[in-house]
Ligand binder design. Structure first.
Ligand code: LIP
Length: 281
């Protein structure tokens, strides 16, 4: 039988089009590529425009300009979709598709001229991330994923390496911007570090989670992330064979995100739970 997508006689309804994961992924990749280029060109000489949750939680004019470009491109092609973005908030839609966007994840890295920041774009259908693109422009890395169809890095299939024992694990993490929260995060880390190979704090959750999928770490955890931080890189990581969730089998959430090969995820979760890693102490 002729594949469905090759048959011109079949009318593709709006609902079918809305749930076409690969076309959502293709759009995410195209827009993340253009947005990444804009942000890369704007990095030199960038300064702080505004602050958010604390005086160290900064916004630059490129965070806003990059998100504006992403919203404009997505809505030009799919005007009925909703968009949730780190800088511009929630914009409703009627198609059942919502884009979850972080224009520059790792803004402090961006501000200081570091390489590790990313443009993240995920498409959710009825609340489930089904397609994603994460562009790390200064590493020339484009990650992409489709739910149930795997993840790729620069066009090559991505499979996370097997688990290692917890005591051999290189673990990535991050800290929130508010002093009370990061004090508790440091307390948790003080315990964690005695049970693992070492810790890495890269400064971008998106680069951490995609780097985990690429084998640069063995596991990751962080408290206080938002949906835009984990939506796209979380799908890349899970499609690369990693478990991405919260404590006690829950989904990833603002309380805690943990990621790793399932055996290592379990071991890290067992270490983190009694330490109150999902609390502010
Ligand atoms: C940042 C993360 C980082 C985390 C920070 C912050 P931003 O995102 O990616 O890893 O530790 O708390 O959420 O603010 O640069 O988009």
């Amino acid at each position: 039988m002729t594949p469905r997508h090759d048959r011109e006689d079949i009318h593709v309804s709006t609902t079918d089009a809305a749930s076409d994961r690969e076309s959502l992924r293709d759009l995410a990749v195209r827009v993340a590529a253009e947005a990444g280029e804009l942000a890369r060109e704007g990095q030199a000489g960038i300064t702080v425009l505004d602050t958010k949750s604390s005086p160290t939680d900064v916004v630059t004019k490129m965070d806003r300009a990059t998100e504006d470009l992403i919203r404009a491109r997505l809505l030009a092609e799919r005007p009925d979709d909703a968009v949730l973005g780190e800088e511009g908030g929630d914009e409703g839609g009627t198609s059942g598709v919502r884009w979850v966007v972080d224009p520059i994840d790792g803004t402090v890295n961006y501000l200081y001229g570091h390489h590790d920041w990313a443009v993240s774009i995920a498409a959710e259908v009825d609340g489930v991330a089904v397609a994603a693109a994460v562009n790390v422009p200064r590493r020339d890395e484009m990650y992409e994923a489709v739910l149930g169809a795997g993840a790729r890095l620069n066009g090559r299939t991505l499979q996370a390496p097997p688990a290692v024992p917890l005591e051999q694990a290189l673990v990535a993490t991050g800290f929130g911007y508010r002093p009370e929260r990061r004090t508790q995060q440091a307390r948790v880390l003080l315990e964690v570090i005695a049970h693992i190979r070492d810790i890495r704090r890269g400064g971008s959750a998106a680069v951490d989670l995609t780097g985990l999928a690429a084998g640069r770490f063995n596991a990751y955890y962080e408290r206080g992330l938002h949906a835009w931080d984990w939506a796209a890189p979380g799908l890349v990581a899970s499609e690369a064979g990693l478990r991405v969730g919260g404590l006690h089998g829950g989904p990833p959430g603002e309380d805690l995100v943990i990621a790793g090969r399932p055996e290592l995820y379990e071991a890290l979760q067992d270490l983190l739970a009694p330490l109150g890693a999902d609390t502010d102490g």
